[in-house]
Design a protein. Structure first.
Length: 208
């Protein structure tokens, strides 16, 4: 919703207000005032922008944007044309997906002996599978961070650690669906390892 519409609904006091048929209020003479009566024209908007914004303001604000505060200035970092990956970083780490991959990929082979990992409903999307919320202490990601000396107060969120394949990948997939709940007795990133039927996190099952 655009900011002007947010203000309009706030003036109306309800979100099911019909702006075309119902007024927002009354003027001093008691006449109804509709949204169309106070909505600015494009010319009015352009006039205000031209009078309030100039290139000088952007030049001034962005002239020191890379300097940062004292904390930023005290940071030490490597220099060079190629990014220097930190092997022990729990935030940004080189993804291993392409390690050892040749320029010419091997032919595709048939998959055999595969096992069901999760049974999901049609409404489950990648947004459900890849989490962005807070990191649970007793989950795979929480255990990984704890093992690497990160305190629970500093766990942050899955979204902030999405560039670290271990701390974020250990959370996914974390689906929530009726089918998955019926299969495991709970919801979230859990499954039953087949054929044994042992319950465990989906992340741990991936390594079995």
């Amino acid at each position: 919703m655009s900011p002007p519409l947010v203000v309009a609904y706030a003036l109306a006091g309800r979100i099911d207000h019909d702006f075309d048929r119902s007024p927002l209020g009354k003027d001093k003479s008691g006449q109804p005032v509709f949204l169309r009566d106070i909505w600015p024209s494009q010319q009015e908007v352009s006039t205000v922008i031209a009078s309030a914004i100039s290139s000088d303001s952007y030049t001034k604000e962005y002239a020191t944007v890379t300097q940062g505060d004292s904390n930023w200035q005290k940071l030490s970092f490597p220099t060079g044309d190629v990014y220097q990956w930190e092997r022990d970083s729990t935030y940004i780490r080189k993804a291993p997906y392409f390690d050892g991959m040749p320029a010419q990929p091997a032919p595709v082979h048939e998959i055999s002996g595969a096992r069901v990992l999760a049974v999901l409903g049609d409404s489950v999307t990648t947004d459900h599978i890849s989490p962005a919320g807070s990191i649970k202490l007793n989950g795979p990601a929480g255990k990984y961070l704890t093992d690497h000396g990160v305190k629970p107060a500093d766990f942050n969120s899955y979204g902030s650690r999405r560039w670290q394949s271990r701390s974020h990948g250990s959370a996914a997939p974390s689906p929530t669906s009726a089918a998955q709940q019926a299969r495991t007795g709970t919801e979230g990133g859990v499954t039953r390892l087949l054929p044994e039927g042992e319950p465990m996190s989906i992340y741990d099952a991936l390594g079995e």
